[in-house]
Design a protein around this ligand. Structure first.
Ligand SMILES: NC(=O)c1ccc[n+]([C@@H]2O[C@H](COP(=O)([O-])OP(=O)(O)OC[C@H]3O[C@@H](n4cnc5c(N)ncnc54)[C@H](OP(=O)(O)O)[C@@H]3O)[C@@H](O)[C@H]2O)c1
Length: 297
């Protein structure tokens, strides 16, 4: 296997780099900026803007990957709502550029997608449920999925995940768990929504799941999230409990008090039956994940 990773400076990208190094898989890490991951040598890194078709063709032709995992995206949901053009350029055009290369050169394309392709009215979504995104971010990720699914090319996989968390190096954006730990330890009170239900995903588990698809030569659509769908308020209370910090520091609020730019699905829980059966996918609950992250606190 020769694996090309996009978005390698991001949280999932960094965990995929860790996996490849540990398992001695031949990889090229790429991301928009310069390499910010000290665990990835500059020899194994190249800057790549996935929206630039010439760059995509040049870098991929030089490396000749057998597999591509595209983690690169504009992941800030409110920024996507504000800048629809930029959102679609990265989240759709970038994917089409990689898809065209994969089709022509017969390599596997894995696209990372999101629970935000659903409207959140049902919850416990299987891979067969009908998407209905309510934000520009969700729409852009669904269009990218459809470009792949309707292309006629069968050697692809799509992984839908939810609220990815974990520690990383020089991340361009924090995540709910790192932010909550920092604020709770500072003694600050956190306002957390009690009416958005998610199954937050430990980034290491997700990286292992993504790689399992490639190693087992699987194709198609897979849900991969944490094991339990709960309100974000309940989730952050569990973090406070693990840190032995009073949960009076976690204040329960409703979504309409937040004034978020982009609408959020109410319950975007993902059903994991297929991933468990086909991939033996397993995911950590928040307390086990915090234990594993502890060295990084
Ligand atoms: N984070 C979540 O809660 C969540 C939930 C559901 C689904 N997902 C999906 O999971 C995937 C990984 O998420 P993540 O949290 O690891 O993302 P992330 O930490 O935000 O990283 C995304 C990376 O994409 C890179 N990037 C942005 N524009 C690019 C471009 N034009 N060309 C190449 N690279 C570009 C950035 O690179 P630089 O840092 O080098 O600028 C960034 O490091 C994404 O596809 C996301 O949509 C994430």
């Amino acid at each position: 296997m020769r694996l090309l990773i996009t978005g390698s400076n991001g949280l999932l990208g960094q965990k995929l780099v860790d996996y490849c190094k540990f398992e001695k898989i031949d990889f090229l890490a790429t991301s928009l900026g310069s390499n910010r991951n000290s665990k990835c040598s500059n020899r194994q890194y190249q800057s790549l803007d996935i929206t630039n078709v010439n760059e995509v063709n040049q870098v991929l032709t030089n490396f000749r990957p057998t597999h591509i995992i595209n983690t690169a995206a504009l992941t800030n949901v409110d920024q996507c709502e504000d800048n629809n053009g930029k959102c679609h350029k990265i989240n759709v055009l970038g994917v089409v550029n990689l898809l065209e290369y994969a089709k022509t050169n017969k390599c596997h394309l894995q696209q990372i997608s999101t629970d935000f392709i659903f409207d959140g009215e049902k919850g416990d979504y299987t891979e067969n449920d009908e998407p209905n995104p309510i934000s520009e971010y969700g729409k852009s990720k669904l269009i990218a999925e459809e470009k792949i699914r309707t292309s006629g090319y069968k050697n692809y996989s799509i992984v839908r995940t939810s609220v990815v968390y974990g520690s990383g190096e020089n991340l361009s954006k924090s995540n709910i768990v790192l932010w909550a730990i920092e604020e709770l330890k500072r003694g600050n009170t956190l306002n957390i929504v009690n009416d958005q239900y998610r199954a937050p995903t430990f980034a290491q588990d997700l990286a292992v799941g993504c790689m399992k698809i490639l190693l087992l030569n699987e194709t198609g659509l897979f849900n991969m999230s944490g094991p339990k769908t709960h309100s974000m308020f309940e989730f952050v209370v569990e973090i406070a409990e693990y840190l032995e910090i009073s949960n009076t520091q976690v204040n329960s609020i409703t979504t309409d008090m937040l004034n978020q730019k982009a609408p959020r699905p109410k319950n975007s829980g993902l059903n994991l039956t297929k991933s468990k059966q086909v991939l033996n996918y397993s995911s950590s609950d928040i307390k086990s994940a915090l234990f594993l992250m502890e060295v990084d606190f």
